[in-house]
Design a protein around this ligand. Structure first.
Ligand code: AP5
Ligand code: MG
Length: 184
């Protein structure tokens, strides 16, 4: 199964992706985690990406598409995977379509996690990751609205979009996700 999680910063993509990948026994592809790991290892990609991430800005599409393309060629992705935080631009979505078309393995579903902004800010401030300061959070929200939300229509037109209420406890959200995924 191939699933995409879309949602604003703090929506619970990472939290729920961990649970769902365990449930479905597929790998978790978080571009944010991959970039943070590259940054920690001090690679060229990590150094470049780090500058954008610290400011809460999107990393250029070319970098992201290269990172995801390489990851998708790993054997553990043959049985499917869960994309967390990718794609985030129309250009990334088109590249993903191409990757999957050439492998003959289309997406099964795109799950949008929606949560009101005041709840998101509370969650992020409580977590306190490097990019969880108010300035970077504001930039991340702005880019989500302007650049990522057009993907919702992109996937709606392809009949792949499912909207999931991301409020309530982590267990409640996971139950909603499981109900949707089990109905696919
Ligand atoms: P990324 O790492 O993807 O960050 P994000 O989208 O800003 O989202 P978060 O990871 O902050 O939130 P989440 O939805 O995963 O929520 P989580 O489960 O952690 O990207 C970071 C940066 O990398 C970007 O800004 C960009 O620079 C770059 N990047 C990554 N991908 C890119 C791409 N494709 N293109 C370009 N640039 C890219 O939950 C948040 C907190 O809330 C946690 O503390 C959690 O414990 C808590 N929580 C979760 N669910 C609940 C709940 N139900 N109740 C209470 N607390 C909860
Ligand atoms: Mg995350």
């Amino acid at each position: 199964m191939r699933i995409v999680f879309i949602g604003p910063p703090g929506a619970g993509k990472g939290t729920q992706a961990e649970r769902l990948t365990e449930h479905l026994k597929i790998p978790h592809l978080s571009t944010g985690d991959m970039l943070r790991q590259a940054k920690d290892h001090g690679t060229d990609i990590g150094k470049l990406a780090g500058q954008y991430m610290d400011a809460g800005k999107l990393v250029p599409d070319g970098v992201i598409i290269q990172v995801v393309g390489e990851r998708l060629r790993q054997p553990d992705c043959q049985q499917g995977c869960l994309f967390d935080g990718f794609p985030r631009t129309i250009s990334q979505a088109e590249s993903l379509d191409e990757f999957l078309r050439s492998d003959g393995t289309p997406l099964d579903a795109v799950l949008e996690l929606y949560v009101p902004e005041n709840v998101l800010v509370e969650r992020l401030i409580a977590r306190g990751r490097g990019d969880d300061n108010l300035e970077a959070i504001r930039q991340r929200f702005k880019d989500y609205e302007a650049i990522t939300t057009p993907l919702l229509d992109y996937y709606k037109e392809r009949a792949l979009l499912y909207r999931i209420d991301g409020t309530g406890t982590m267990d409640e959200v996971f139950e909603r996700i499981k109900t949707t995924v089990n109905s696919l």
